[in-house]
Ligand binder design. Structure first.
Ligand SMILES: Cc1ncc(COP(=O)(O)O)c(C=O)c1O
Length: 437
C-alpha cells in the first residue's frame, strides 16, 4: 500500500476528496476487482469501458509477456515490425462489408481522434479542396482530450478552461430529451429530425468549407445517449450529399459493446473513418487506431511522389509491439469465446434488469443498448453531481464498480458477464438507490 498519495495528480478526479478517502483497486480477475484488503468489487464498467474480455485473461497476459521478451520496441517511422502489419490486416477483415482497407495506429482514443481529424483535413487538401477545414462535432460529445478532440467535443467543463480551442468548429445539437424519450428501451423514436441540423450548419458555412462530421454512434462519457431511430442514417445521407466525411468515434462502441463487432455493423451505417481504442487491447496496453474507408489511403498515395512521405503524422509508439501482441490475443479471446455474441444474447436480459429499477427513488430515466445502460438520477437542487458521487461511493462500499457523469450512472460490464452477475449488479444497485438520500 502506498504511504503517501499526494504526488500523483490524478486525471478527471476530485483529488482532495479521493485522497481523503481513497478507492484503491489492487488486483483483478475476470469480472471482479479486488481492493488491497481483498474485497471483491464486481466490475460494472469493464474498467473504463475497455476490459471487454474480462480481467487478466491468461492468453492476453501470456502474449504480452512473450512479446516483451522477444521484441520490446521497434521504430514505426520508415521501419516496421511484423505484428503491426498482421494486426492491421486482421482488423480491416473484422470490419463488416469490406468497406475499410487501412488502419492508422495511435496510443489512445484521444490520439485516434486527433489522427482522424488531421487525416480528414489533409484528405481534402490533397484532393485539391483545401478550403474544407471545418469540423463539426456534437453537443455533449466526448472525443478525448487533445485540442482537436475537445474542440469537436461538447462537454462544457472539458472545454472552458482551455482557451479558444480550434477555430472553424461547429456543433450539432445533442439528442437527449427526457420529455420525449425517458425510459425508452433501445433506440428512441423521437429525435431523428435533429440530424437535419447538419443541413442548417452546411447552409451557414457552405459545404466547401466543411471537412468532416464526428459523432459517437452512442454517446458514452456524457452519460449514454442512444441515437434516435434513423438519426445516424440521416447524418450519412447529408454527408454524402455534400461530400463531407463522416467519422464514427467507436472508442466505446467498438469491439462488441453493442453485441456486434462495431456500431457501424450494429446500425448498418458505414462512415468514412472509425476511431477505436480501449477494447482493442482489452485495456491492457494503450492503443488507439483509425480505420479509413476504401479510397482515402489511395488518395494520399496518388497525390504524393513515389518516394515521398504521404502523411506527416504519427507517434513514437504507433503500432507498439506490445500493443499489437495484446490486440492479437484480445481478438483471439473475443472470437474463441464468442463474446460479442454473448453480449448480444444477454442484451434483452440486461434491459429487463435495468428497467426493473423504474420507480426507485430519484430515478428519472433508464436507457440501454447492447451491454450499455444509464440510470439518470435527479440532481440535488444546486448541487449537480453530488448524488451521483454519493451513489458511486456507496456502490463501491457495497462491492460494485459503477461510473458516474454528474448524476448519471453508466454501466458497461465485461462482455464475459453471466446472468448471475447481472442479477448481483442490479440487486446491489437497487439496494443503494433505495438508501440514497
Ligand atoms: C468516444 C471516445 N472517444 C475518445 C476517448 C478518449 O480515449 P482516451 O482516454 O483513450 O484518450 C474516449 C474515452 O472515453 C471516448 O469514449
Amino acid at each position: 500500500m502506498p504511504t503517501n498519495l499526494e504526488a500523483y495528480w490524478m486525471p478527471f478526479t476530485a483529488n482532495r476528496q479521493f485522497k481523503a478517502n481513497p478507492r484503491l483497486l489492487a488486483a483483478a480477475k475476470d469480472v471482479h476487482y479486488f481492493t488491497p484488503d481483498d474485497r471483491p468489487i464486481l466490475d460494472g464498467t469493464a474498467g473504463l469501458w475497455c476490459v471487454n474480455a474480462g480481467h487478466c485473461r491468461p492468453k492476453i497476459v501470456e502474449a504480452i509477456q512473450k512479446q516483451v521478451a522477444h521484441l520490446d520496441y521497434a521504430p514505426p517511422f520508415q521501419m516496421g515490425h511484423p505484428g503491426a502489419f498482421e494486426l492491421a490486416e486482421r482488423l480491416v477483415k473484422m470490419m463488416p462489408g469490406g468497406h475499410f482497407d487501412h488502419v492508422f495506429y495511435g496510443n489512445s482514443g484521444s490520439e485516434a481522434v486527433e489522427s482522424a481529424l488531421k487525416i480528414a483535413i489533409a484528405y481534402h487538401r490533397v484532393r485539391g479542396e483545401g478550403a474544407r477545414q471545418r469540423l463539426i462535432g456534437r453537443e455533449r460529445g466526448y472525443h478525448g482530450v487533445g485540442f482537436g478532440g475537445i474542440s469537436v467535443g461538447g462537454i462544457a467543463p472539458n472545454r472552458k478552461f482551455f482557451g479558444s480551442l480550434m477555430p472553424g468548429v461547429d456543433h450539432l445539437p445533442h439528442t437527449h430529451n427526457l420529455e420525449h424519450n425517458a425510459f425508452t428501451r433501445g433506440q428512441p423514436q423521437w429525435g431523428t429530425h435533429l440530424a437535419d441540423e447538419l443541413e442548417r450548419i452546411v447552409t451557414l458555412h457552405d459545404a466547401s468549407t466543411i471537412a468532416a462530421v464526428i459523432v459517437e454512434p452512442v454517446a458514452g462519457s456524457t452519460g449514454v445517449l442512444i441515437p434516435p431511430m434513423g438519426y445516424l442514417e440521416r447524418l450519412r445521407t447529408i454527408c454524402d450529399k455534400y461530400g463531407i466525411l463522416l467519422i464514427f468515434d467507436e472508442v466505446i462502441t467498438g469491439f462488441g459493446r453493442l453485441g456486434a463487432s462495431f456500431a457501424t455493423e450494429y446500425f448498418g451505417v458505414v462512415p468514412d473513418m472509425v476511431t477505436v481504442a480501449k477494447g482493442i487491447t482489452n485495456g491492457t496496453v494503450p492503443m488507439g487506431a483509425v480505420f479509413t474507408r476504401k479510397g482515402i489511403y489511395d488518395t494520399f498515395m496518388d497525390a504524393a511522389a513515389e518516394n515521398a512521405i504521404e502523411l506527416f503524422h504519427g507517434y513514437t509508439y504507433s503500432g507498439h509491439p506490445l500493443a499489437c501482441a495484446a490486440a492479437m490475443a484480445t481478438l483471439d479471446v473475443y472470437e474463441e469465446e464468442g463474446l460479442f455474441a454473448n453480449a448480444n444474447h444477454l442484451a434483452s436480459y440486461w434491459e429487463e434488469c435495468l428497467h426493473s429499477l423504474k420507480g426507485l427513488p430519484h430515478v428519472i430515466d433508464l436507457r440501454n443498448l447492447g451491454l450499455v445502460a444509464a440510470i439518470e438520477l435527479e440532481s440535488i437542487p444546486g448541487k449537480p453531481g453530488v448524488r451521483g458521487m454519493d451513489c458511486l461511493q456507496r456502490c463501491f462500499d457495497t462491492g460494485l464498480l459503477i461510473r458516474t457523469t454528474g448524476d448519471i450512472i453508466a454501466l458497461s460490464p465485461p462482455l464475459m458477464i453471466q446472468k448471475e452477475h447481472i442479477d448481483q449488479m442490479f440487486e446491489m444497485l437497487a439496494g443503494v438507490l433505495k438508501e440514497l438520500p
